[in-house]
Design a protein. Structure first.
Length: 104
């Protein structure tokens, strides 16, 4: 996988696609030991978790890493508000057991 990720042409191809979320081989190679995991890979995982266990079933809300980073930065409350409103429309957040907010 690391060789594909460093290849000038192959690194651009999609390695994973889940609905509208996708990541390339270069993004996937960020799973290497002591490497920073790419945001696009986290987006694919969050989309997969949402579809596999809808919040109404799992009682969990998974947010994209950008939301976690925005909360820590305190820079854009509107983006965070939109994310929480969207999550609340899928399943009321007050009825959830867990909210997962990854950040890098």
């Amino acid at each position: 996988m690391v060789q594909i990720a460093s290849h000038p042409e192959w690194c651009k191809y999609e390695a994973i696609r889940h609905e509208r979320a996708y990541c390339s081989y270069r993004n996937l190679s960020s799973l290497q030991f002591k490497s920073r995991v790419n945001n696009f890979l986290i987006l694919c995982v969050c989309r997969y978790l949402f579809n596999e266990a809808h919040p109404s079933v799992s009682k969990k809300h998974f947010f994209f890493s950008y939301i976690g980073e925005t909360i820590l930065d305190g820079t854009n409350a509107e983006i965070v508000g939109n994310a929480f409103n969207g999550a609340n429309s899928a399943f009321p957040m007050w009825r959830s057991n867990t909210a997962v907010l990854p950040y890098l």
